[in-house]
Ligand binder design. Structure first.
Ligand code: S3P
Length: 175
């Protein structure tokens, strides 16, 4: 990958669960030598509980409140790679806060690809009990406009290597 980069803003990776945000974020971080923030991991650490447990004990709105607080505080950082939770676009305020300090990269994948990537996961409460392609496709469709409207750059991930995906992201961010 070329290393002559002129990126001095936060890169927020968004997209449905299983679109590869965490994996791509790690690769981008290595390439750019930026700090990496994995939003879900940070929430788990701060709350001392798994995401599923937060949902079960306090409900989804509580999780969304913490998520929004975190997005707000991330605006204080500069030049970080941030892997967001898949539901971050559900609140328009999160999107406008992300745009204040960085650019938003949407990763996409088909429902079939997502299913293959997340089918054995049990820490995604939104999919617990609905782990099938039809449900994933329906939820993805419900969220599609939110993802597309938030994105500054969109990159498809199906059947591609991480390196290839990162290259396309960096090329598009530098355009
Ligand atoms: C969610 C996605 C998850 C996590 C939570 C809710 C969602 O993140 O934030 O389970 O609503 O799409 P990943 O996209 O990293 O799995």
């Amino acid at each position: 990958m070329s290393t002559n980069r002129e990126i001095d803003f936060n890169i927020f990776l968004i997209g449905f669960m299983g679109t590869g945000k965490s994996t791509v974020a790690r690769a981008l971080q290595e390439e750019l030598q930026f700090p990496l923030v994995e939003m879900d991991e940070r929430i788990v650490k701060e709350q001392g509980m798994a995401i599923t447990e937060i949902f079960e004990r306090y409900g989804e709105e509580f999780f969304r409140d913490i998520e929004s607080q975190l997005v707000l505080s991330l605006g204080m950082e500069e030049s970080a790679v941030i892997s967001c939770g898949g539901g971050v676009v559900l609140r328009p305020q999160n999107v406008s806060n992300m745009k204040k300090s960085g650019r938003i990269v949407l990763l996409t994948a088909t429902p079939e690809t997502v299913y293959e990537r997340v089918r054995y996961s049990n820490d995604r409460p939104v999919l617990n009990g609905h782990m099938n392609v039809e449900y994933i496709a329906g939820l993805m469709e419900k969220r599609r406009a939110l993802y597309e409207e938030a994105a500054d750059v969109t990159v498809a991930t199906d059947g591609r290597t991480c390196e290839d995906i990162c290259q396309e992201i960096l090329d598009k961010l530098e355009e």
